[in-house]
Design a protein around this ligand. Sequence first.
Ligand code: GLN
Length: 331
Amino acid sequence: MNPNASEKRYEHVIESLNFLYEKHRCCDEGTLATYIPELSKADPSWFGIALADVDGKVLEFGNSQIEFTIQSVSKPFIFGAALDVLGRDEVLKRVGVEPSGDSFNGIEFQKGERPYNAMINPGAILATSLIPGSTANEKISRILDILSKAAGRHLTIDENTYRSESETGHRNRAIGHLLRNLNLLEQDIDEVLEAYFRQCSVLVNTRDLAVMGATLANMGVNPITGESVFGIDTVRDVLSVMFSCGMYDFAGEWAFRVGIPAKSGVSGGLVAVVNRQFGLGIFSPRLDPMGNTVRGVRICTDFSEQNGLHAFNFTNVGSRFVESTWARTGN
Ligand code: GLN
């Protein structure tokens, strides 16, 4: 494709995201998360959008460079890392792929045996336990490595948020002990929890979320660094669970209305992945009652609607792989 044509194809996307940025900038609905005291210090007006496509092009709007803690947006990536290390069968013995219909910190287990899925706290803590390493330090260095490779830059931990969460994380500790009680993990649960709290406290910006999403969209290969981060079977499994379980107790509604695999977090981050096309990152700390970023949900809803991105929309152009196969075979 000639360079002008390649720049031209972004014009519509830039226009569309600029429009949505302006449309939702004045929205002040929702509240900051306060149950982790450090999160209540966020400026509620922060608002960033970034889109990274599988060709490595990145578009940024608003406060896309402000750093915040990744929180639950880390969950699909750590689930992916566990799948890559242990394989699907071993992981699925310990954590399901079923939406729970409940909040992210709900204390309940599928048939009383294993966490419903790895996008909510019980399954996410279990996934962290599956990352190699017997101490929190060993695990977190693997976790930082994976998240950094997906983002394409060296990520660090916000020590204040980590301490804040560790000092107040009694509910997550209760979940950890229940996992132990169900014989789903044999490790020192305090080490697993400290690794999980640090995992949630990894600092990212909106651009990072977009690139991490693009890494999933690009079959596990970071489109900017060219580094392979996840296996292709893992990507399929991760996107499937994001599609059905990524938005807490709004997940079914999200799949129905937006139709794009996504994951949100309590600091106001959201990553959405349009397979084989792009990752979309949004950051806006005001949350709805389910814990999803209000502006993030609205932008994705509008962006999907306007561009026909719902997975089952007849206007969805679908996989580039199929497109290129068609071009190659001519039928
Ligand atoms: N660190 C948070 C917790 O475990 C993550 C939750 C979230 O982002 N929804 O409570």
